[in-house]
Design a protein around this ligand. Structure first.
Ligand SMILES: *[C@@H]1O[C@H](CO)[C@@H](O)[C@H](O)[C@H]1NC(C)=O
Ligand SMILES: *[C@@H]1O[C@H](CO)[C@@H](O)[C@H](O)[C@H]1NC(C)=O
Ligand SMILES: *[C@@H]1O[C@H](CO)[C@@H](O)[C@H](O)[C@H]1NC(C)=O
Ligand SMILES: *[C@@H]1O[C@H](CO)[C@@H](O)[C@H](O)[C@H]1NC(C)=O
Ligand SMILES: *[C@@H]1O[C@H](CO)[C@@H](O)[C@H](O)[C@H]1NC(C)=O
Length: 307
């Protein structure tokens, strides 16, 4: 009798652990846009809203002191700090998803590509490859920076957006002076591209690229889908599959597309204005994706572990 009781206890325990296992939600982090911080109502609400809608734990990941560092700290450093932070967060140790907001996506991609020994990233939502930031030259404080100055060391080291400003009229100068985006995009001669960055990006389970149809901040707005101007031309925009980044597959975007892992999503409205219905349709399902917690990955290679 006692034995029977013991066995049923064991069974209860097993059932309990089985339940715990299947109900494990993959946590997600939010990386916020420039000029904001996690404690702002918008970011706090967005994190809470996605947690409410998905049932998965969400964390807004702060970098440095928030608002001023989002402007002044070079993105290389921001991505390093993000990497250190996620490695210290116990909740993320089995892997996590990322939702990026505008500049936060440049940090996110640095986190995915550059972070050594970090936990795996499964799903990454909201892409933004490169940028011609219209407000960059037309709004307060930094309008004096001409295209020529933007690639100077002093600017590169002290103004975050300079790290992802690509001047299509002077790509040579951009490749030479810009310290972040060319590295992030593996925008290098073929023999100098870093295969590790590509492998890490390609290891994503899902990538969702959200384009805001009336985006007035990201120029061209198609760069949300990795489209961009051809060199020397600001009149036309090459769709993603006509860019060299895609054709030569610098970072593995093409591999992901061919594997059916990329969703190109189009929503009405201006920059970062996304209706709850669109969040529910395009974002929430990937935050609820519990399957993705199952495979245990090698922390270094991000490859599934084989028994
Ligand atoms: C934050 O969410 C609360 C509750 O949903 C809402 O009342 C408030 O207006 C929101 N604030 C912002 C800035 O979005
Ligand atoms: C999230 O859910 C909590 C509890 O139901 C609610 O109080 C809060 O207003 C919700 N927040 C948002 C941003 O939806
Ligand atoms: C590109 O930048 C370099 C270095 O500032 C300059 O010498 C060159 O004239 C520029 N080319 C064009 C087409 O603006
Ligand atoms: C590529 O990046 C990895 C990870 O940061 C680094 O260990 C490696 O040295 C880099 N390889 C080259 C050729 O730069
Ligand atoms: C987008 O812009 C067009 C043209 O300015 C305007 O007619 C339309 O109402 C805008 N749509 C949204 C959702 O803002």
């Amino acid at each position: 009798m006692e034995k029977g009781l013991k066995r049923s206890c064991v069974m209860v325990v097993v059932a309990f652990f089985a339940m715990v296992h299947v109900s494990v939600s993959v946590p997600f982090i939010i990386l916020h846009e420039i000029g904001t911080q996690c404690s702002d109502a918008t970011n706090a609400n967005f994190t809470q809203l996605l947690t409410n809608l998905s049932g998965s734990p969400g964390f807004c990941l702060e970098i440095g002191n928030g608002i001023s560092d989002s402007w002044l700290m070079p993105l290389t450093r921001q991505a390093e700090i993000a990497c250190d932070n996620v490695k210290q967060m116990q909740d993320l140790s089995q892997g996590y998803n990322i939702v990026g907001r505008a500049q936060g996506n440049l940090v996110a991609r640095g986190l995915i590509e550059f972070c050594d020994d970090g936990p795996p990233v499964y799903n990454y939502i909201l892409g933004w490859s490169s940028c011609w930031h219209r407000r960059f030259s037309s709004s307060g404080g930094i309008c004096d920076i001409t295209n020529g100055d933007v690639y100077r060391d002093y600017v590169q080291d002290n103004l975050a957006p300079s790290g992802y400003f690509k001047n299509p009229y002077n790509v040579t100068e951009y490749l030479k002076g810009c310290k972040y985006l060319p590295k992030l995009n593996n925008e290098r001669p073929a023999d100098q591209r870093n295969q590790t960055y590509k492998d890490r990006f390609t290891s994503l389970h899902n990538l969702v690229l959200v384009l805001f149809q009336n985006d007035t901040v990201i120029v061209p707005k198609e760069s949300s889908w990795f489209g961009f101007y051809p060199d020397g031309d600001k009149e036309h925009v090459l769709p993603v599959d006509q860019t060299k980044l895609y054709i030569e597959d610098w970072i593995g975007l093409k591999a992901l597309v061919l594997a059916g892992k990329v969703q190109f999503v189009n929503v009405p409205g201006d920059h970062l204005i996304i209706a709850d219905e669109d969040l529910v349709k395009h974002v929430v399902p990937l935050l609820q994706d519990q399957e993705s917690a199952a495979p245990r990955l090698n922390r270094k290679t991000k490859e599934p572990l084989h028994p």
